[in-house]
Design a binder for this molecule. Structure first.
Ligand code: KE4
Length: 424
């Protein structure tokens, strides 16, 4: 019997939906999720022993390939010294120093255990620092599952939030305003109305949770100017883009300096790590130096810090991002040629080791553009690629990720699979 089906059946007896995070359940593409047994470099191997070229990379962390020898060695070394102390250790200082050295806007940084914890804490900090309650986010941007972010755009120009999930109280949703991404006029209008009550604007500087959509020219700078004008904190959620699209993240790419930045994924090297950091005058409000409370039993865990620090050394090597961007470029340009030859409406987006694929002619600029993507074709493409041994993101609303171990041969194998898969 198929080991995968047996496992998924058993998993559903003990875990809601059989998975520990919804996107893994293949609801966006249909079929049963794959249970992975092991992974190495650009490959993952499922419990039936089938090998896949992996373009999810654990949703971002595996930028140097799975089971990277340097990261594993660092973790093995840390294991022998103890798993967790609940007291400060040198490894936390090492990773904090590396992050501050690589991201000029980060003067102080606090470690947490996930991207959600990072964004949730950053919002509380901005509210504590500013004494204001409202927060602005953008349609199609995801910042983890804290209540303040599970909000969708309401009706009317002020787009007052309405709960995006059961369990989010109206009173919380009312404090989150949602405006269209890449539309500076609508943001300016909302800030003109309520800017003096806005604690923070939080944005994915490159949106990676509505596929991949880049900011239009001047958009992020316009957001920076509005925050300066109204005294609101600008938070770049770089959980996905941080150390992924460039060594200095999206803020380096676009030359816009946020007040706070949130991180996750790459900085843990595959272990549970998130972080938030930025201006010293704001971060100093965080307990115990200030009165904004934030805490975590396993924050700064020594194994996670060892993995993260090893990863920071790997990505700091000369040429790492040039190579990564080159390989991603080969992939997306090759896929565009394959789609054009097949006469399939298709467009792509990419920066560094991150890419988006759209089954539509023009590049998407905002959430509403996704409605004109041929999602049914994407689903057929996804399953045909999976059958051919290529594991793409199981959702039309997710970005894809390339690692430094995706060689020319791996890209070529992917394009050969795509030639058939795109015609299904
Ligand atoms: P986590 O709590 O999942 O570590 O991070 C939340 C988060 C915050 N901000 C951004 C920009 C993010 O992309 C994420 C998480 N990303 C998703 C992938 N779209 C994680 C995958 C999942 O939910 O299983």
């Amino acid at each position: 019997m198929n080991n995968n089906h047996k496992l998924f059946t058993k998993a559903q007896q003990f875990i809601p939906g059989g998975v520990n995070s919804p996107v893994r359940a293949f609801k966006g593409v249909g079929g049963e999720p794959l249970f992975i047994a092991t992974a190495k470099g650009p490959h993952m191997y499922d419990v039936n022993g089938k090998v896949y070229i992996d373009y999810i990379g654990s949703w971002g962390p595996m930028i140097a390939g799975h089971s990277n020898e340097t990261v594993l060695a660092a973790v093995h070394k840390a294991v022998d010294r103890g798993l967790s102390f609940g007291a400060p250790a040198e490894a936390e200082v090492t990773l904090a120093e590396q992050i501050c050295a690589m991201i000029p806007s980060i003067e102080l940084v606090r470690m947490v255990n996930s991207g959600t914890e990072a964004t949730m804490s950053a919002i509380r900090l901005a509210r504590g620092f500013s004494g204001r309650d409202k927060v602005i986010k953008f349609e199609g941007c995801y910042h983890g599952h804290a209540d303040s972010f599970l909000v969708k755009a309401g009706s009317g120009v002020l787009t007052l939030g309405i709960p995006g999930s059961p369990g989010v109280p109206d009173a919380v949703a009312d404090l989150t305003l949602t405006v269209p991404f890449n539309d500076l006029d609508s943001l300016s209008q909302v800030m003109a109305e309520v800017g003096e009550d806005v604690a923070a604007i939080i944005v994915e500087p490159i949106a990676g949770n509505m596929n991949m959509i880049e900011p239009v020219d001047g958009y992020l700078q316009g957001m920076r100017n509005l925050c300066d004008q109204h005294g609101s904190v600008l938070i770049f959620d770089e959980v996905m883009t941080g150390f992924r699209v460039a060594k200095g993240g999206a803020q380096e790419l676009y030359g816009v300096k946020p007040d706070l930045t949130t991180f996750g994924k790459v900085i843990g090297g595959g272990l549970p790590v998130g972080a938030f950091g930025g201006r010293k005058d704001i971060m100093s409000y965080i307990a115990p130096s200030g009165s904004v409370y934030q805490a975590g039993t396993l924050s700064g865990n020594p194994l996670a810090m060892a993995a993260g620090s090893a990863m920071m050394n790997i990505i700091s090597a000369d040429g790492f991002y040039d190579h990564l961007a080159t390989q991603t470029g080969k992939l997306v340009k090759g896929l565009q040629v394959v789609a054009d030859e097949a006469g399939v409406p298709f467009s792509t987006c990419h920066q560094g080791g991150m890419f988006g694929l759209f089954f539509r002619e023009e590049k998407a600029q905002g959430f509403t553009d996704l409605a004109t993507c041929d999602e049914a074709h994407f689903r057929r493409f996804f399953h045909a690629m999976l059958k051919a041994g290529v594991y793409m993101a199981p959702s039309a609303y997710e970005a894809g990720f390339v690692s430094s171990k995706h060689s020319d041969d791996i890209i070529e194998q992917t394009l050969i699979a795509a030639k058939n898969a795109i015609r299904v």
